[in-house]
Design a protein around this ligand. Structure first.
Ligand code: ADP
Length: 263
């Protein structure tokens, strides 16, 4: 997926010192790793930084089939000819764009192998199908994210990969900041935003539920959006916050009851 930088700066509420750290990583040409659960603002942050630095952003959502060929490029048949087509990584390396490999641990192992020479002092990409090595444009930056929560060992990033990055953890913002995010993103009134954030934090603390992933800022933003466009509050929380979390009937009923008391 290609994302051209829009004219307006994407809204991003800083949660820690991530903006300064990213700027340092960029200045020093060190790859940047965002660690955190889904919906904690990682993608938004990268969009924001690309915009701040006035760089093109190329985002790849990695999945188990994502291979180095998908990133580097392939030969395609065009009429009677076979022509080479650069993949998004090669394009970013040549043009000096920021490439964001979202959920990098999901990708096939050859992707990790392909990026190694780009993530150390060499800053070069080996295109095996062409037998060529290209030097990265000085502005090229590699950014990746991974979710430590559900890796369960088998899709961990190896230390030899992780240690090439500057890494920052993305957590759920404290209540005041998260409330601000909801208001900014959706124009919802402050009182309802506070209640939604309280619901989020209440469920996050219910660790005994054993949810795979808990309430993300994204879920709260979604609830705020549909409330803002006229959907009843309780029903909004049911469908935007509770239902996406679990399929367990008892847990659903218990969480809905709990939320009804809070909104
Ligand atoms: P991730 O990439 O971590 O899965 P996203 O960046 O897509 O998460 O964030 C999901 C949504 O949550 C965003 O679309 C935005 O509405 C909201 N959000 C989360 N954190 C922030 C933040 N710090 N500043 C602004 N919006 C945020």
């Amino acid at each position: 997926m290609l994302v051209d930088i829009a004219l307006a700066t994407p809204y991003y509420q800083e949660v820690g010192k991530e903006i300064a750290v990213f700027n340092q990583a960029y200045k020093n040409k060190i790859p940047f790793l965002l660690k955190g659960s889904t919906g904690t603002g990682k993608s938004r942050f990268v969009e924001f930084m690309a915009h701040q630095l006035d760089k093109k952003l190329i985002t790849i959502s990695c999945h188990e089939e994502t291979s180095s060929t998908d990133l580097i490029g392939r030969f395609i048949i065009k009429g009677a000819e076979t022509v080479w087509l650069d993949g998004p990584l090669t394009t970013a390396v040549k043009q000096g764009a920021i490439i964001y490999l979202d959920e990098i641990a999901e990708a096939r192992p050859d992707v990790i192998v392909a990026i190694h020479s780009l993530t150390d002092h060499r800053r070069e990409l080996f295109i095996d199908k062409l037998g060529e090595t290209i030097k990265a444009h000085p502005d090229f930056m590699l950014v990746a994210s991974f979710n430590p929560g559900y890796q369960r060992g088998f899709k961990e990033l190896k230390p030899s990969t992780r240690q090439r990055f500057i890494a920052v953890s993305f957590e759920y913002p404290e209540a005041k900041l998260e409330t601000e995010i909801l208001v900014n993103e959706t124009d919802i009134d402050l009182d309802t935003a506070k209640k939604l954030v309280a619901i989020g934090n209440k469920i996050r603390n219910l660790t005994e539920l054993g949810l795979t992933e808990t309430v993300s800022t994204r879920l709260l933003v979604n609830a705020a959006k549909i409330i803002q466009s006229g959907h009843p509050k309780r029903a909004s929380v049911h469908v935007a916050v509770v239902e996406p979390l679990t399929d367990d009937l008892q847990t659903l009923v218990a969480l809905k009851d709990l939320c009804d008391l809070m909104i």
